[in-house]
Design a binder for this molecule. Sequence first.
Ligand SMILES: Cc1cc2nc3c(=O)[nH]c(=O)nc-3n(C[C@H](O)[C@H](O)[C@H](O)COP(=O)(O)O)c2cc1C
Length: 488
Amino acid sequence: MNSLAEFIAAIDRMGELRRIAAPVRVDLELCEIADRVMKMADGGPALLFENPVLPDGSRSQYPVAINLFGSMRRMALSLGVHALDEHAARITELLNVQVPEGILGKLSLLPKLFEVAKFPPRVSSGLAPCQEIVQRGDEIDLRTLPIITCWPKDGGPYITLPMVISKDPKRGIRNVGMYRVQYLGPRSLAMHWQRHKVGAAHWREMSERGEVMPVCIALGGDPASIYSASAPLPPNIDEFLFAGFLRREPVRLAKAVTCDLEVPAEADFVIEGYIDPREPLVTEGPFGDHTGFYSEADLYPQVHVTALTMRREPIYPTTIVGKPPMEDYYLGHATERIFLPLLKLTIPEIVDYHMPAEGIFHNLVFVSIDKQYPGQAYKVMNALWGQGLMSLAKVLVIVDKDVNVQNPQEAWWVALNNIDPQRDARFTMGPIDVLDHSSRAFTYGSKMGLDATRKFPEEGFTRNWPELIEMDQKTRERVNGMWKGLGL
Ligand SMILES: Cc1cc2nc3c(=O)[nH]c(=O)nc-3n(C[C@H](O)[C@H](O)[C@H](O)COP(=O)(O)O)c2cc1C
């Protein structure tokens, strides 16, 4: 899939799109409708608002799409698979490459290597769809975009599903991050990249150099690129390369018209601009956040807009966050599935992990492990707390390999049975998610690990461990035979 329009057409063919012709205000109304839909079983349908009404009462020229990624089926569709684990399997295969013996064996590796070589993004010449219309300077008025105001106490309208593009000034590596952007004025925005994120690191670097930082905010385009902006890749990996891997086809890029960055050629809109580190920060927020609570206003850099480019018939993509479950649960779930093999690479005893919706990613992670020696649950906790954005996880619950952590009820049932709270809970300190309102200090606080695995004698457990209740096979088969006749 190359574009947002193609993705929406595919969702429509699947029967999961609802078009809304009624005029709906982008100020709060659209959020209330989307919230009710996202709370429906399995995430509700994707919505295409054909007649959004702008804050000044006029009809928007552009339709608004929301909840496009908000079901397991649509999330898989966006990444070109039937089940997200298919990408995990592709990554596992790449990581398992062992150079075979003999020239013929070695030659058999070539197709795999060629496949990997296909993925890097390509800058193409010629007119990029995202630049069919180009506005510069005074021509730009961001009020023409259907930027939504989500919740009553939000600081203003927010762009909520962006790909924010920046470059590491030292190494030239691109980053694409999904960071909400607040509308401040017709050519002015506030950039909410949190301190643990790669875009913020680029900005700190540029500030130290005292250099003006170019930044582009792309909206729409191919769905794998949109998802990749939300993926917690290490800073040295370009998200568009990752998107190319997921799409099995490179992302086509175009040179931005007013700054030295490349943008996805198939995007629906691109806002180009810069941040001047010599300028004071601006107030961003409050914002009704994915914790289900309002995040307080804070200081963030201001983006000055130098160009607004777009397709001739663009669609404006957005999302809302708030009390879970929301659309972002499915984006996060894709990350959970796709990154499992990468976690296993450094922590091989991990069998599976799961971040349930109510844990909003960083608050709760269930992890099942193949425990072979005493203390291994603590080893896994320490390793996870030392790993990228997993370092922000507040509560880790470690269980044995036979527990299905994809089912939180099962995971809690076993974990709560297995723990002696005083013996099995451990506290440590570390960085805490920017959005956490409970920690003793901003982004710094405690974490809890629960070792809910079966204990070894060396771990001080010398009593008998009980057996799990299960029916014997013979009885099961007899009941299977009579089941239909029971009329149950
Ligand atoms: C809908 C949505 C909104 C998000 N908003 C923000 C945000 O405003 N600020 C932020 O730092 N991260 C936000 N995130 C999380 C980042 O996108 C995520 O941590 C990503 O890995 C960041 O990319 P990076 O690792 O390249 O910095 C959001 C994620 C989603 C799915």
